[in-house]
Ligand binder design. Structure first.
Ligand code: AMP
Ligand code: GLY
Length: 417
């Protein structure tokens, strides 16, 4: 089997490694990829979506796996182009990927289908937004488009709300677009991943990510400084409730609303005192949750994704380890405000009972690994019990270093003890 994975980060490194461990020795390719990914998957010579899909066609690719969301909504859409060429794609077409690309589209979908979520009003101007907030603080403001994780502001007061509205409407920081004014929910968050094949689905291991830069959930929001995954992250009863009230209704509503879906769907949930509610959908696996979840998946992930992309849900092809997995991110100096590249990474040669996925690295002229971006590495360890997985992951992360390296010391600990 010949598989092409689209993306270049830590999530895609984890996906490529998991696919490569599937039986049958699949041949792997990656676009645009990274030096680390190219140790497992071959690079592809393409300069855009159209040429990528033409390359897949002429190189007899059996399966395209969409790691990163941007390609799903770019131009005609990755899955749409694959469909035209008859290439099975694990990732939804552009019309369904609006669930991630447009917060307003997602909110209308949720409300129309009675899926639990926060109340919200779509607004087109600063005045409309201020009227919709109606003096109720804290409030949540969401730019209606892809904004690289920076389009959401939880505003404790009027000053912070007006600042964000200025950024969006006056400075047009994210380009033109509307703003959703949303009720502020409270409670712990959990990330649920479903592999959806038309009207069927399989829920993967639940995870939680740590979005703030510093220990104790302090500091600015980041792409994610770590994650913890386990079937036991939430109780069986809660997982059943989420399945019954959220995942099942989402999948049947996609089918009812004529939104075709084959691929991973990520449910960002808040466990509020009134029950679990959807705060966002993403049409892909989470990053860094993917790095924590993939080591828990055993079996034939490649066969599972290929069957799914062809319309057959084959849950028996994979199974999930019952233990815990903890992922600690090493980020570069200045992250998330800025990032520094070119710092040589020390300690990568050490081997042990852990995995290291590369998020932002490159090989320098001497052949040494150096930093190349904000989030640099994801160090992942597993164990039957959480405490042991936490110890192993933090210890392994401490063995790797580069100038200006930052990491949190409470990943897998905070929100449990
Ligand atoms: P999103 O990009 O929609 O996931 O939002 C980013 C983060 O903002 C979430 O992970 C939450 O921590 C927070 N957030 C989003 N929506 C809400 C809400 N309605 N109430 C409280 N916090 C929220
Ligand atoms: N872990 C957050 C995300 O992937 O968007």
């Amino acid at each position: 089997m010949r598989i092409l994975v689209v993306g270049k980060g830590g999530r895609e490194h984890a996906l490529v490694r998991a696919l490569s461990e599937s039986p049958g020795n699949p041949e792997l390719f990656c676009f645009p990829g990274s030096d680390a990914i190219f140790e497992t998957a071959k690079p592809v010579d393409a300069d855009g979506l159209e040429s990528l899909v033409a390359w897949m066609k002429s190189n007899a690719i059996d399966l395209c796996v969409a790691g990163e969301e941007s390609y799903l909504v770019k131009g005609v859409g990755l899955a749409n182009l694959c469909a035209k060429e008859g290439i099975p794609c694990w990732g939804p077409p552009k019309e369904s990927a609006q669930l991630e690309a447009s917060k307003e589209f997602a909110k209308e979908f949720l409300l129309r289908n009675g899926i639990p979520t926060a109340r919200a009003t779509a607004t087109a101007t600063k005045d409309e937004a201020v009227a919709a907030i109606a003096g109720e603080y804290p409030t949540v403001l969401k730019f209606d488009g892809l904004a690289a994780g920076k389009g959401v502001a939880v505003c404790p007061d009027e000053t912070s709300a007006l600042d964000f509205l200025d950024e969006v409407f006056t400075q047009q920081r994210f380009g033109p677009g509307r703003v959703l004014v949303e009720q502020c929910l409270t409670g712990p968050e959990v990330s649920i991943f479903a592999a959806i094949v038309d009207d069927g689905y399989l829920v993967f291991t639940p995870a939680r990510d740590y979005k703030r830069a510093l220990d104790g959930d302090a500091g600015p929001n980041t792409g994610g400084m770590g994650a913890v995954a386990s079937r036991r992250l939430i109780s069986e009863d809660l997982l059943k409730q989420i399945d019954l009230e959220i995942v099942g209704p989402t999948v049947s509503s996609l089918a009812k609303d004529g939104l075709p879906y084959r691929g991973f769907l990520y449910f960002g949930l808040m466990l509020t005192p009134d029950g679990p509610k959807v705060i966002e959908y993403n049409c892909r696996f989470g990053d860094p949750e993917c790095q924590a979840v993939m080591p828990l998946v055993t079996g034939d992930l490649a066969g599972f994704c290929l069957a799914g992309a062809k319309g057959e849900l084959e849950p028996d092809l994979i199974s999930f380890d019952d233990g815990w997995s903890v992922c600690v991110i090493l980020a570069s100096a200045g992250y998330p405000e800025s990032s520094r590249s070119g710092d040589v990474i020390r300690g990568l040669e050490t081997e042990g009972d852990f995995r290291v996925y590369h998020a932002g690295t490159r090989k320098n002229a001497e052949g040494a690994w150096e930093t190349n971006g904000g989030r640099v590495l994801a160090v992942v360890a597993g164990a039957p019990e959480r405490a042991e997985a936490v110890e192993k992951a933090h210890q392994a992360a401490a063995g790797i270093d580069f100038d200006g390296s930052q990491r949190r010391s409470d990943i897998g600990r905070l929100h449990f003890e």
